[in-house]
Ligand binder design. Structure first.
Ligand code: PMP
Length: 426
């Protein structure tokens, strides 16, 4: 057995992959290097990356600016504990995030993954109400088709009907779920769309610490794009009923939807915001939970401190790369690139509308979705894509792409043509 096959076999024998069987795993594709928008397999094949490593690699791979930031920092200090110690990469990044996000967000907690940043948001909201003398406000209101991560607090906020976390239902804390936002992104507004949410808010606000939702784009729960007006209405209801608003911008942050943060579409400011994924341009694992002064003061009443402290909190290497990644984004034409990708995804994927198996085709920012009428066979479809030289990982009924912003028109056309061929064959 040559080295390549031995590696694949050892992977099957010992390595757990996300949402995959460990006893009878599908053969994973071995990637040996990545550059620009291409992933290179052990077989020497180049795959155009349509996933940005799950929303993260917005600048593509092996980017000299990010490489330099990582090298520069690793030579100084790759990690140091954050308890009682601070360092420039964390302070510089926090200041930058405060400048970029809606103005009331002033305080930054650095976590090591998106799910943990959601856990921190939950803790912030619960501790805030404790500090304010309202410990009964410890439940959350969210919307169906939402996804917020795989840790226990985050799972409790995910739509239970998507089935991702069904094994844990008996263990999870029970929260309130309003219908998914029914109003599509560009649809005209009707008050009926917010009725269910409003009723739950009116009935339960005395127990509610916060509303948690993904602004504008619901990702893993269905790749749905909804109206900014829904978000504005949610914000108004939160204010009217004294309930905090947590915006999970882990997937949507840093330009993916066409705005720097998806909340900007609605011109609203949440009390707490979670960021992750593209924060480091996909280089390192880092996330952040931002809070307003109001929230941080509430938590700090009577000497309260936020009870969370990951070992790798504010990892300097990750913070340095994140700062470089955000600078790179802001100094470049990201808005034009994302708009160009949106237009090209819409035209490139349009032929899918004619296929009998296709239920819907949509694009927003650098996100393109072909929704099939029935779930696709993941392993078979994945293979079809690899055979065509692209990396796309569908789930359920969804074939979707969110490529790096640096993708060229030619590569994007190659990608959409592959999606059209696959969708047409199903
Ligand atoms: N929230 C949203 C909206 C996400 O898309 C994800 C990741 N898919 C998470 C939270 C969890 O992030 P992580 O996988 O980094 O824990």
């Amino acid at each position: 057995m040559d080295r390549r096959h031995r590696l694949a076999q050892q992977d099957c024998d010992h390595v757990w992959h996300p949402y995959a069987s460990i006893v009878d795993p599908p053969l994973a594709t071995t990637i040996v290097s990545a550059d620009g928008v291409r992933l290179y397999t052990a077989e020497g094949q180049a795959l155009i990356d349509g996933m940005s490593s799950w929303w993260a690699a917005i600048h593509g791979y092996n980017h000299p600016v990010l490489n330099n930031a990582a090298h520069g920092q690793i030579d100084r200090m790759s990690h140091v504990m954050f308890g009682g110690i601070t360092h420039e990469p964390a302070v510089a990044l926090a200041s930058m995030l405060v400048d970029l996000t809606p103005e009331p967000l002033q305080k930054v907690f650095f976590a090591d993954s998106g799910s943990v940043s959601v856990e921190v948001a939950i803790k912030m909201a619960v501790q805030y109400w404790h500090g304010m003398g309202c410990p009964e406000k410890n439940r959350f209101l969210t919307v169906r088709s939402g996804y917020h991560g795989d840790t226990f607090g985050a799972m409790a906020l995910c739509d239970p009907v998507t089935g991702m976390h069904e094994h844990f239902t008996s263990v999870l804390q029970q929260h309130y779920f309003a219908e998914s936002p029914g109003c599509r992104f560009d649809e005209s507004w009707d008050d009926a769309y917010i009725q269910d949410f409003r009723q739950l808010m009116e009935a339960h606000h005395q127990q509610l610490a916060a509303v948690v939702l993904e602004p504008i784009v619901q990702g893993a729960g269905g790749m749905r794009f909804y109206s900014p007006e829904y978000l504005r209405q949610v914000k108004m209801l939160c204010e009217a009923h004294d309930v905090l608003l947590v915006a999970d911008e882990i997937a949507t942050g840093f330009g993916r939807t066409g705005e720097l943060f998806a909340c900007n579409y609605a011109g609203i400011s949440p009390d707490i915001m979670c960021l992750g994924k593209a924060l480091t341009g996909g280089y390192m694992t880092l996330a952040a939970t931002l809070a307003t002064d109001r929230v941080s003061r509430g938590i700090s009443k009577n000497g309260g401190v936020l009870m969370h402290g990951p070992t790798f909190m504010a990892n300097p290497l990750a913070c340095a790369v994140a700062e470089a990644s955000i600078r790179l984004l802001l100094n470049g034409p990201w808005r034009e690139s994302v708009h160009r990708i949106e237009q090209r995804l819409l035209s490139g994927l349009a032929p899918c509308r004619g296929f009998s198996g296709v239920a819907d085709v949509r694009a927003l920012g650098a996100i393109g979705v072909v929704e099939m009428k029935t779930p696709v066979d993941l392993a078979a479809v994945q293979k079809q894509f690899v055979n065509q030289g692209v990396w796309i990982r569908p789930f359920g009924k969804l074939i979707y792409t969110m490529p790096p912003y640096i993708i060229s028109d030619d590569d994007l056309d190659f990608l959409t043509r592959a999606i059209v061929r696959v969708a047409g064959s199903l």
